[in-house]
Design a protein. Structure first.
Length: 101
């Protein structure tokens, strides 16, 4: 199945504790159906001190389900993603505006 959301896309969160927040996708795990979004779904991770790094409490973005994310269109609103063929290539487009992503 083609990926509707990819690394580098600007998305908005549709559900959960960060509902309404926007961010950029840092990584996608298609097999798990999750993505890590910069500044969204932050959890505190405790790290042990080592010779190279200092230990402590480190905020880290945790994966969020792809179904809770929607791409941000040119108007700044949440949009679904569709596919169409232009010039022999399959492209993604925002369903609200029809613009190619």
């Amino acid at each position: 199945m083609a990926a509707k959301l990819k690394k580098g896309d600007n998305v908005v969160v549709l559900a959960g504790k960060d509902k309404g927040k926007q961010g950029e996708i840092k990584s996608v795990n298609p097999s798990a159906g999750k993505a890590v979004v910069d500044g969204i779904n932050i959890a505190i991770r405790h790290t042990k001190q080592s010779q190279t790094s200092q230990g402590g409490r480190v905020p880290q973005a945790m994966p969020i389900d792809l179904s809770n994310l929607a791409i941000v269109d040119s108007n700044g609103k949440a949009s679904r993603v569709g596919f169409r063929v232009e010039d022999g290539k399959k492209v993604r487009f925002a369903k609200t505006t029809g613009d190619v992503i």
